[in-house]
Design a protein around this ligand. Structure first.
Ligand SMILES: [Zn+2]
Length: 317
């Protein structure tokens, strides 16, 4: 393998998702030098995950001298100072496990740990839609809804490592819909891919002419139907926009950010939900502030978190 031609140092960045484990070597400029992806090992103990990380690092042994840190992001609450996972429903074996000590001993590099949505916010601030901004909120609309908050250039983790959970702020207390967090009426129930599928199923009987059917329904097919003018799909995306607009108006009035970056697969439906989202913002957020806050689509795609993790290992944020 060639010697790393880009820079002096690389970060071994890890996206440890509930389904997939992605690793990459990221240089000083945020260039992804090598990357690979596999299924996340599902064991009762953390050993499978640790072994997968050690194997992945060993594959890139020829770059070993250039690597300065391991930086991991997980879907859960973390204690970033101690690099301990505090809560992660999809990675139960890692909760309270001494990840830092184990990986530092096995790999030899300092270990950093961050929540995935926080890492994505940092990635977008470093190299994406929020470049040059210091007050940034990122909202990721995927299977669930995640959020990351950066204030005055610093990642705001909260007193207990779980700040930025915009997906679990209440946008409809009377919906009667229970969220997996225990609350009812969370934004995640309406603005996630899962929510799009549920709302579509609920609407099938009211829209008998819709081409959408209950079987095999995905957010993508609802989006495609919406692009072709399917009225049920359009009504569902309008609801996405309405609840998202309510959530974002609350965020704007609370934090007055420079930019809100919207990421995740659901953002592909922007043309179908943005009009209603902006209408809600216009009605609910402080007008003079809302006119100045930029609402942007994310630019780093799936790599935002890996890039953010790499950035976080290069200096505190
Ligand atoms: Zn919730």
């Amino acid at each position: 393998m060639p010697k790393n031609p880009f820079s002096e140092s690389l970060v071994f960045a890890v996206d440890l998702g509930g389904t997939h484990l992605r690793v990459a070597l990221v240089d000083d400029n945020g260039r992804i030098f090598e990357q690979s992806k596999q299924k996340t090992p599902k064991d009762d103990s953390p050993e499978g995950i640790i072994a997968a990380l050690v194997d992945a690092a060993q594959k890139w042994d020829s770059y070993k001298e250039a690597v300065v840190a391991t930086s991991i992001m997980v879907p859960g609450a973390v204690d970033a100072d101690k690099a301990v996972v505090l809560q992660a429903p999809n990675l139960p074996s890692l909760v309270n496990f001494a990840l830092k000590a184990e990986l530092e001993q096995r790999l030899g590099w300092p270990v950093f740990l961050e929540n995935d949505a926080n890492a994505a916010a940092v990635g977008e601030m470093w190299l994406g839609a929020a470049r040059g901004c210091r007050d940034v909120v990122s909202v990721t609309l995927g299977t669930g809804v995640g959020g990351g908050v950066i204030l005055d250039g610093k990642l705001w983790r909260g007193s207990h490592g779980s700040a930025g959970e915009i997906g679990h702020t209440t946008v409809d207390p009377f919906s009667g819909l229970k969220c997996k967090c225990g609350n009812t009426g969370c934004l995640e129930l309406f603005a996630s891919a899962t929510g799009i599928v549920r709302m579509t199923r609920e609407g099938l009987s009211q829209f008998p002419d819709s081409r959408l059917k209950s079987e095999g329904l995905t957010a993508e097919c609802v989006y495609e139907a919406g692009c072709d003018g399917d009225e049920l799909a359009l009504a569902v995306f309008k609801r996405v926009g309405m609840y998202l607009g309510i959530g974002l108006a609350n965020l704007i009035n609370l934090l007055d950010p420079q930019v809100i970056v919207i990421a995740g697969g659901v953002v592909n439906g922007w043309d179908l939900f943005a009009e209603e989202m902006f209408r809600q913002l216009g009605e609910r957020a402080f007008r003079t502030i809302a006119q100045q806050v930029k609402i942007m689509r994310a630019e780093c795609g799936d790599n935002a978190g890996l890039l953010g993790a790499a950035r976080l290992a290069r200096g505190s944020l």
